[in-house]
Every structure is written in structure tokens, then in C-alpha cells.
Design a protein around this ligand. Structure first.
Ligand SMILES: NC(=O)c1ccc[n+]([C@@H]2O[C@H](COP(=O)([O-])OP(=O)(O)OC[C@H]3O[C@@H](n4cnc5c(N)ncnc54)[C@H](OP(=O)(O)O)[C@@H]3O)[C@@H](O)[C@H]2O)c1
Length: 270
């Protein structure tokens, strides 16, 4: 992490109350900068700081908001306007997973996944564009390797994330003239509460335990996200071979890729 890139900057993080977002707050708060978190729950770190139990170099604020609601986003932006008039980095990180076979998924589950993973970040980014333009800022979305190809048992999750890729790409081309950057970050499996908080095919709480295979820690992922912001050429960023495999194999041999996904995720959709 190059501290000089971040000193004095205004950073907005969504979903800082848990997992990858909480790690972003943890790392960035060690630098003198301004951090504004948007999530429904106040992050533990911010609670501890306000109770004097923890000290950090950064100033941290929390705005409570349900990012699946445009009305709530509008209210949150009005509160944010009292804290800053410019944004250097927006981490659109909040999100929800959705697990179910396509033939057992209700449209409600798609709507919920899209409200949080797609419409939330798109609407928030739109509303924050004047702030980002002022500081020639960078926008990062936490997507997933499952956004690089339609993954079995993840049709709602994969589609809600990959739709976001297209918006980021369009915006990147249009707004490069104004000095804005848009980065799509695709982490692999990461040890967080994502599965417990996810939704099933009926749009109800999934409550699954964490993936038992090899996975990254949220701190590892947050470090890479920070490094990607520091890289002026970052566009679509993957962290390991699972991401590289999906990113390239979809063009080189989609039939081979589908065979691998079928075998690897067989248990997930049977
Ligand atoms: N964990 C993985 O394996 C993995 C892999 C690839 C990508 N990702 C992506 O990483 C991002 C962060 O997930 P995580 O793994 O850190 O999961 P997590 O521990 O469940 O954290 C999710 C965060 O999103 C926030 N959030 C969810 N719904 C929200 C809503 N309606 N309004 C406002 N905030 C909301 C939550 O805050 P509140 O509940 O306080 O609102 C929480 O802070 C997600 O976009 C996810 O898709 C995760």
C-alpha cells in the first residue's frame, strides 16, 4: 500500500460493516484521510472509535443506508453532502450472494440480487458523480470471479455482477475525458459472512456456512483492491488462477470451461 496515494483523500466505502469492506476500513483508517462508510449496520471499528476504545489516523463516519432502496440512497447522499464536496475513491463493495439452480429460482431472488448488487451501486455512482468529477476520482466495484461467466447455481448472483461490468466499462470510456477511472475487481472465494447473509431461490435468507475449500482472507483481498486503485492502468482485476482461468477460458474454449465448472460445482446444483 502506497500511503502517499491516500493521505488527505476522501474515500467512500459501501459494506464496511463486515468482511472485505471491514478490512478496507481497517487498512485505510491507518492513514490520515477521510473515510465515509455506507451500510445498514454501523461498523464495529467506527463504534469503537466513537467510544474511545480505538484510535485511527483517519476520520471515519458512518451513514446508515439500505443500498437496495433509491429513496434511502438519496437520503444518504444528502447526509454525505454535509461531510464532503468531493470524492477521490468510491468502493462499491456491498453485495449479496444468491445460491440456487436456475430452474428452482423465483424471479424475486433475481430482483433482490439485482437491487443490491446492480441497481444499488449504479444509482449510488450516478448520484455521486458530481463529487467524483470534482476530484477526478476512481470507482471500484467488488464483483466476483462468478461475474466472469455464468456459474452453475449462481445465475442470479453471476448475472447481477456481470451486468455491473458493462456499466463500469461504458462509464469508463465516456468519463475518461473527465479524468474518472472505473475498476472491476473480481475476488475469488473469501472467508466472510457472504454465504450466511446470502439469498436462496425464493429470495429468503440462505444461512449457508462458509465455503470449506481454499479461500482468501478479507484482508488479503482488501490489500489487492487498494493496490488496484494505486495502479493507473487497472481495469478488470483478478487475484488468482480461478479468475485468470475464467477470464481467458471463456474466449479460448467455453465448452472446456463449462465441463470444468460442471465437474467442480456439481454438488452445488444437484
Ligand atoms: N466472500 C466471498 O467469497 C466473495 C467473493 C467474491 C466477491 N465478493 C463480493 O465482496 C463484496 C463484500 O462481500 P463480503 O464477502 O465481505 O460479504 P459480507 O461479509 O456479507 O459483507 C457484505 C456487506 O455488504 C453490506 N450490504 C449487504 N446488503 C446491503 C444493503 N441492502 N444495504 C447496504 N449494505 C448492504 C453489508 O452491510 P449491512 O448488512 O450492515 O448492511 C456488509 O457490510 C460483495 O459485493 C460480494 O459479492 C465476495
Amino acid at each position: 500500500m502506497r500511503a502517499d496515494t491516500w493521505v488527505g483523500k476522501t474515500i467512500v466505502v459501501t459494506g464496511g460493516s463486515s468482511g472485505i469492506g471491514a478490512s478496507l476500513l481497517d487498512l485505510l483508517s491507518q492513514i490520515p484521510c477521510k473515510i465515509i462508510n455506507l451500510s445498514r449496520t454501523e461498523p464495529e471499528l467506527i463504534q469503537k472509535i466513537s467510544k474511545g476504545k480505538e484510535k485511527r489516523a483517519a476520520s471515519l463516519s458512518h451513514i446508515s443506508v439500505d443500498l437496495s432502496s433509491e429513496k434511502e440512497i438519496n437520503k444518504a447522499v444528502a447526509k454525505l453532502a454535509k461531510l464532503t464536496d468531493g470524492i477521490d475513491v468510491l468502493f462499491n463493495n456491498a453485495g449479496v450472494t444468491a445460491h440456487s439452480r436456475f430452474d428452482q429460482t423465483q424471479i424475486e431472488a433475481f430482483r433482490k440480487a439485482f437491487d443490491i448488487n446492480f441497481f444499488g451501486p449504479v444509482f449510488l455512482t450516478m448520484r455521486l458523480l458530481p463529487y467524483l468529477k470534482k476530484n477526478k476520482g476512481a470507482v471500484m466495484v467488488t464483483s466476483t470471479v462468478s461475474g466472469l461467466y455464468g456459474i452453475p447455481a449462481r445465475s442470479a448472483y453471476s448475472s447481477s455482477k456481470s451486468a455491473l461490468h458493462a456499466v463500469m466499462e461504458s462509464a469508463r470510456i465516456e468519463l475518461s475525458e473527465e479524468g474518472l477511472r472505473f475498476i472491476i475487481f473480481c475476488p475469488p472465494y473469501t472467508k466472510t459472512n457472504l454465504r450466511a447473509n446470502g439469498i436462496d431461490g425464493d429470495g429468503k435468507k440462505l444461512g449457508e456456512s462458509h465455503y470449506s475449500g481454499k479461500s482468501k482472507s478479507p484482508i488479503e483481498v482488501a490489500k489487492k483492491m487498494i493496490e488496484a486503485i494505486e495502479d493507473p492502468n487497472a481495469r478488470l482485476v483478478v487475484m488468482d488462477k480461478s479468475g485468470w482461468f475464467l477470464k481467458w477460458m471463456r474466449n479460448i474454449s467455453p465448452s472446456f470451461l463449462e465441463k470444468v465448472l460442471y465437474k467442480k460445482l456439481y454438488k452445488d446444483f444437484h
